[in-house]
Write a protein that binds this ligand. Structure first.
Ligand SMILES: Cc1cc2nc3c(=O)[nH]c(=O)nc-3n(C[C@H](O)[C@H](O)[C@H](O)COP(=O)(O)O)c2cc1C
Length: 244
């Protein structure tokens, strides 16, 4: 099975936004009425760290935030490697639900194919709260910084930067080369918040889930989304360890 390819659906996913059916298409029409749906565009790229992506998605959903999800071709490989799970375009809702452990029936999550350059998030006129790339490959960081638009994730990142919306990138590569660092600096200078996938251990984390949630919480902090994913520092040395 080639899990990196779409599924023979002939282009459009069986589930997910259609040109006529997406909520984003139904609200702010030519009458100029405000579109009630303003999602976070979340791009998952092929860096190690699918756990971080799942935790961020859960955090956004639990906060009641609408999400437009894009999964790169390479991210399907890291997802399979790290979790044994697939995200198939035609079955994204079931696949993502099983992966992140959240029922999506009542969550406001839409899905765009990574090769769909005509998708909503490819345009600055498409309403979005901002963009989060988690985890972000060195390739995606370079592509967004340079405006390569190799796929919809890179395009959406660049679009949200040019629209001066919040952009959070979570690079995961080590050690960093000079070009990696240069691209991250360019993203920072363009207005992005760079949140390297480097968890801290001052919040009393005892297991992997808590380590992952700490980083997901810092990513949501950078986006300005409320959550209770980790114990914030309160100025008492060792208190988190005592409480854990
Ligand atoms: C199992 C696996 C783990 C990978 N981990 C990383 C990583 O941590 N960081 C990174 O920059 N690239 C990583 N890569 C390489 C990227 O997937 C590759 O550069 C890809 O072209 C990125 O494409 P994308 O940015 O469109 O997802 C990994 C690849 C595989 C198969």
């Amino acid at each position: 099975m080639d899990t990196t390819q779409s599924d023979g659906s002939g282009g459009r996913p069986a589930e997910g936004p259609s040109r006529s059916g997406s909520p984003s298409q139904s609200g702010g029409g030519s009458d100029g009425a405000p579109d009630p749906r303003v999602p976070w565009v979340v791009g998952i790229t092929g860096a190690s760290g699918s756990l971080y992506a799942a935790a961020v998605l859960r955090g956004l959903i639990d906060a009641g935030e609408p999400v437009d999800l894009i999964v790169s071709k390479a991210a399907r490989l890291t997802l399979i490697d790290e979790t044994g799970r697939s995200v198939r375009d035609a079955h994204w809702k079931d696949d993502v639900s099983a992966w992140i452990g959240r029922e999506l029936a009542h969550a406001d999550v839409e899905y765009w194919r990574a090769d769909d350059f005509a998708a909503g998030p490819s345009s600055g006129s498409y309403r979005a709260k901002g963009f989060i790339a988690v985890p972000a490959t060195a390739a995606a960081c370079a592509g967004i910084a340079l405006g390569l638009s190799k796929d919809l994730i890179q395009r959406a990142g660049e679009v949200n930067l040019k629209e001066r919306r919040p952009v959070v990138v979570v690079p995961r590569e080590t050690p960093a080369s000079r070009s990696h660092l240069q691209h991250l600096l360019e993203l920072h200078d363009a207005g992005a918040v760079v949140v390297p996938a480097t968890p801290a251990f001052y919040a009393g984390s005892r297991d992997l889930d808590q380590v992952v949630d700490f980083l997901a919480g810092r990513i949501l902090d950078a986006a300005g989304v409320e959550h209770g994913l980790y114990r914030r520092w309160k100025g008492d040395l060792g208190a988190a360890r005592d409480d854990a």
